[in-house]
Design a binder for this molecule. Structure first.
Ligand SMILES: [Zn+2]
Length: 144
């Protein structure tokens, strides 16, 4: 794990924070080389301390929303909520600022979840698979 984090450190191109409910979440912006198989990767270093990372390919204005989702997703999962990803997604969409093109963001997230479902194909973690597929299908229900 140590060497993994060391490797990750070399790929940091920026840092930022986002406030989710009352928790300040910190995130590193990493070069695309960190996970070439998933362009808009996002993940947690230590969710209990609010530490995350996101791909530099993800547009700057979308990064806080995507990290907020990751945080909410993991918090709901930790509480044993069965529809944790979908619940996080519904909350995430309420955070979209008025200044942002809402439809463009929905299309971005739909493309992300399409990629994520493909990325996770063959995973033995069927619970994860079910959760991200549910979010993808929810985003597909928008006529945008
Ligand atoms: Zn999720």
């Amino acid at each position: 794990m140590r060497s993994y984090l060391d490797e990750m450190q070399k790929m940091v191109v920026g840092t930022a924070t986002v406030l989710v409910d009352d928790q300040r979440c910190f995130y590193d912006i990493l070069t695309k080389e960190f996970e070439p198989r998933l362009t808009h990767f996002v993940g947690a270093v230590d969710s209990s301390r609010g530490c995350y990372f996101v791909s530099e390919a993800t547009p700057k204005e979308y990064q806080p929303l995507v990290v907020a989702h990751e945080h909410l997703c993991l918090m709901h999962k930790a509480k044993g909520r069965s529809h944790y990803c979908l619940q996080a997604l519904r909350e995430e969409l309420t955070f979209i600022p008025d200044s942002m093109d809402w439809e463009a963001y929905i299309r971005f997230r739909r493309a992300f979840f399409d990629d994520f479902v493909k990325y996770g194909k063959g995973s033995t973690n069927t619970e994860f698979w079910r959760a991200v597929t549910e979010s993808r299908d929810f985003l597909r229900s928008f006529n945008v």
